[in-house]
Design a protein around this ligand. Structure first.
Ligand code: SF4
Ligand code: SF4
Length: 104
């Protein structure tokens, strides 16, 4: 498992650095986020949820979305948008409302 950080979108806020429980992300000499040890990532998605710029993507395994598919994240109020982008550019969005989290 691993993530990809889109440097063009990164604003260098460091939120992902703080969020990663494995200390796997650092700010580099350009002040942008970079993975230290991609192979150590266990896919907790904390960095995706912490990034205010939507600059972090998570690679999905073949059993979850197909090799090369990615998972992105953005938030509007209590709504979390999880976006799966397939290798052929198809997109599926899953919306989760945290206001309903305790209703199930
Ligand atoms: S997915 Fe979790 S373990 Fe992997 S880099 Fe992000 S915060 Fe760290
Ligand atoms: S949280 Fe997002 S914008 Fe901030 S440093 Fe990390 S990747 Fe860049």
């Amino acid at each position: 498992m691993s993530i990809r950080i889109r440097r063009d979108d990164c604003v260098g806020c460091g939120e992902c650095v703080e969020a990663c429980p494995g200390n796997l992300i650092k700010l580099d000499d350009e002040g942008l986020a970079r993975m230290r040890r991609p192979r150590d990532c266990w896919g907790c998605t904390s960095c995706l949820k912490a990034c205010p710029a939507g600059a972090v993507e998570f690679y999905l395994g073949a059993d979850m979305g197909g090799t090369g598919a990615t998972l992105g994240f953005s938030r509007e109020g209590t709504i979390s948008h999880w976006v799966v982008t397939c290798p052929d550019a198809r997109r599926e969005t899953i919306d989760v409302d945290s206001a309903n989290a305790n209703k199930y």
